[in-house]
Design a protein around this ligand. Structure first.
Ligand code: FES
Length: 114
């Protein structure tokens, strides 16, 4: 598989680790390639939200239907430019920030209404 992009993960301590990027793989899979363990308590089912990362630069695929649905149900818990790493795939070189604190498992918190 020929690399298409470069993906850089910025860790909470500022360290930057990079890997080759592939359009067919989500960001979670890229992290796994370099043994960077991102939380993924639902196993990549777009249900828990613990795999969130923040896109600092570059372009990812748009949110999938299940990612939209999770965001809609927990609007206030998603910050700007946060994406589910189990759903977002790169469309360019990317710089992605790994969150310092693991987000709560959204299966365990009440949904927001309205
Ligand atoms: S691993 Fe649970 S939402 Fe991505």
């Amino acid at each position: 598989m020929t690399p298409e992009f470069r993906i850089a993960f910025v860790l909470p301590d500022g360290e930057r680790v990079e890997c080759d990027g592939y359009a067919r793989l989500n960001l979670l899979a890229h992290a796994e390639m370099i043994e960077l363990e991102l939380p993924q308590t639902c196993g990549g089912q777009a249900e828990c939200g613990t795999c969130r990362v923040r896109v600092i630069a570059g372009e990812a695929t748009p949110p999938t239907g299940d990612e939209h649905e999770l965001r809609d149900r927990h609007r206030k818990r998603f910050r700007d430019r946060e994406r589910l790493s189990c759903r977002a795939r790169p469309k360019s070189d990317m710089v992605v920030e790994v969150l310092a604190v693991m987000p709560p498992d959204l299966r365990d918190v009440p949904e927001e209404s309205g």
